[in-house]
Design a protein around this ligand. Structure first.
Ligand SMILES: *Cc1c(COP(=O)(O)O)cnc(C)c1O
Length: 403
C-alpha cells in the first residue's frame, strides 16, 4: 500500500492538523476532527446558551451517554445497550472490578500482569485497601498470567494492547480460558478501540473499558466508556450507586434502586461538552471500515520498522514491539538509553511522538490521518538527529511534567 492507493486517504482532510507537523501521538491524544469545533460551538451557544436547562430534554443531553455508547459498541463488536460513555477509564475500571467481584462470590483475587497501565493496577490496590485486604490484588509476570488463573481468581484484568510496547493479547482465547477456570474478565481496550478490530460479542466478553481521547479522537480528557455484557447487567448492584444510575433519578427518593440495563453503570451528571466532542470523533471513525484501518496500520508499521532497521544497527535503538503483526496493536516502540532527549529533539523538529519511562520512544500509528510519506519523513528526521548527535543538548534532558 502507498499514499496513491490508500483507501483511507480521504480522511486526512477531515482533521484540523497543523501544517508541517508529523503527528505520531494519536495513541495518547487523538487529533482534532474538523467537525468538532463547530459542534462544540453549537453545543455551547445554542444548546447551553440559548436552550439553558431545557436542553437536557430538547437537545437530547439526557440520552447522550447511551447514544454515544451504542456508537462505540459498533467499533468493538458489542450489542446495543451494552456500552455507555461515562466517567474516566480509571473510574470505570473500579466500577467493573467491583461488579465482577460481586458476580463471583467465594473468590477473592483480582489478577493482572506487572507492568500493566498503572491506573488499572492502582485501582486493584485501592479495592484491596477498601475491603480491608479480603480482596487480593495479585500481579504476575505477563507470560505467567494464564497459568495464574487459579480457583481463587474472581476477575482477570488485562489490557489488550499494551500501552508501552503495543503487544496485543488474544482477547477471545484468554477470555475463554478465564471462563473455563471460573473467572470473569475485564478488558481495558484503551489502545484497541478504533485502533484494531475488536469483537466483544464473538469473544463472549464480560466487561470492557476504554478511553475516549486516544484513537477515538474525543479530545483531551474526553469521557471514557464501559461495556457490560447484557447477561450480567441486571445481576450487578453498582458500587458507585449514583443518582444517574437510579431507576428514577427525578423521583428523588431516599432509597437507591438501580436502573435497568446499562444505565445503572452511570454515576453522576454526564459532561455534555466532553460528550459532544467525543461523539464527533466516534462518528468519524464509524465512517471508516475497521478492516481497512487495520490493514493500513500494519502497512504503516511495516514501513516504519523497515526504515528504522538501519538506525537500530547503527544507533542503538531496540524494537520493543512484537515483530509479528498478529501480536501488535497500532503503535511501534523502540528502547534507547537516550530516549527522552531524542524524543525532545524530534518534537523540536515537529515530529511528535512520546516517551515512556524508563527508555521507550513510542510512535502511534493512526491510519485516518497519517500518510506513508509522513512515516518516511519522520524516520529521515530521526536519522539526521542521530547522525549529528543533535539530541545531545541540555535542554532536551529537562523532564517536563507530561512526557
Ligand atoms: C490511557 C490509559 C488509561 C487512562 O485512564 P484515564 O482514567 O483516562 O486517565 C487507562 N488504561 C490504559 C490501558 C490506558 O492506556
Amino acid at each position: 500500500m502507498t499514499d496513491a492507493d490508500d483507501p483511507l486517504a480521504v480522511f486526512r482532510d477531515r482533521f484540523a492538523l497543523p501544517e508541517g507537523v508529523i503527528y505520531l501521538d494519536g495513541n495518547s491524544l487523538g487529533a482534532l476532527p474538523r467537525a468538532t469545533a463547530d459542534r462544540l460551538t453549537a453545543t455551547a451557544i445554542k444548546e447551553w446558551g440559548a436552550g439553558l436547562i431545557t436542553s437536557w430534554n430538547a437537545a437530547g443531553w439526557i440520552s447522550a451517554p447511551q447514544r454515544i455508547g451504542d456508537k462505540i459498541a459498533r467499533l468493538v463488536g458489542a450489542g446495543e445497550g451494552e456500552v455507555i460513555a461515562c466517567d474516566s477509564t480509571s473510574v470505570n475500571v473500579f466500577k467493573l472490578l467491583t461488579a465482577a467481584l460481586s458476580l463471583n462470590p467465594g473468590r477473592t483475587t483480582i489478577l493482572s500482569e506487572s507492568g500493566n497501565f498503572p491506573t488499572d493496577v492502582y485501582m486493584m490496590q485501592g479495592i484491596e485497601q477498601l475491603t480491608g485486604g479480603s480482596v487480593r490484588a495479585r500481579l504476575v509476570e505477563p507470560a505467567a498470567v494464564e497459568e495464574a488463573i487459579d480457583n481463587d481468581v474472581a476477575v482477570l484484568l488485562l489490557t489488550q494492547v499494551h500501552y508501552k510496547t503495543g503487544r496485543m493479547r488474544d482477547l477471545a482465547r484468554t477470555t475463554a480460558l478465564a471462563h473455563q477456570r471460573g473467572a470473569l474478565a475485564v478488558w481495558d481496550l484503551s489502545h484497541s478501540a478504533g485502533a484494531v478490530p475488536v469483537d466483544l460479542g464473538a469473544a463472549h466478553a464480560d466487561f470492557a473499558v476504554g478511553c475516549g481521547y486516544k484513537y477515538l479522537n474525543g479530545g483531551p480528557g474526553a469521557p471514557a466508556w464501559l461495556h457490560v455484557a447484557e447477561r450480567h447487567q441486571e445481576r450487578v448492584t453498582p458500587a458507585l450507586s449514583g443518582w444517574f444510575g437510579h431507576a428514577a433519578p427525578f423521583d428523588f427518593v431516599d432509597e437507591y434502586v438501580p436502573a435497568s440495563g446499562i444505565a445503572r453503570f452511570l454515576c453522576g451528571t454526564p459532561p455534555i461538552l466532553g460528550l459532544a466532542a467525543l461523539e464527533c470523533g466516534v462518528d468519524l471513525l464509524l465512517e471508516a471500515d475497521m478492516a481497512a484501518v487495520r490493514a493500513k496500520s500494519l502497512a504503516l508499521a511495516e514501513l516504519f520498522m523497515a526504515r528504522m532497521a538501519p538506525l537500530c544497527a547503527r544507533h542503538g535503538f531496540t524494537l520493543v514491539s512484537p515483530a509479528d503483526p498478529v501480536e501488535r496493536g497500532s503503535q511501534v516502540a523502540y528502547a534507547h538509553p537516550e530516549g527522552y532527549a531524542i524524543m525532545q529533539a524530534l518534537i523540536a523538529r515537529r515530529v511528535i511522538g512520546d516517551f515512556r519511562a524508563p527508555d521507550i520512544l513510542r510512535f502511534g500509528l493512526t491510519p485516518l490521518y497519517l500518510r506513508f510519506a509522513d512515516i518516511e519523513r519522520a524516520v529521515e528526521i530521526l536519522a539526521e538527529i542521530m547522525a549529528q548527535s543533535a539530541w545531545d543538548r541540555p535542554e532536551y534532558r529537562v523532564r517536563a511534567a507530561v512526557t
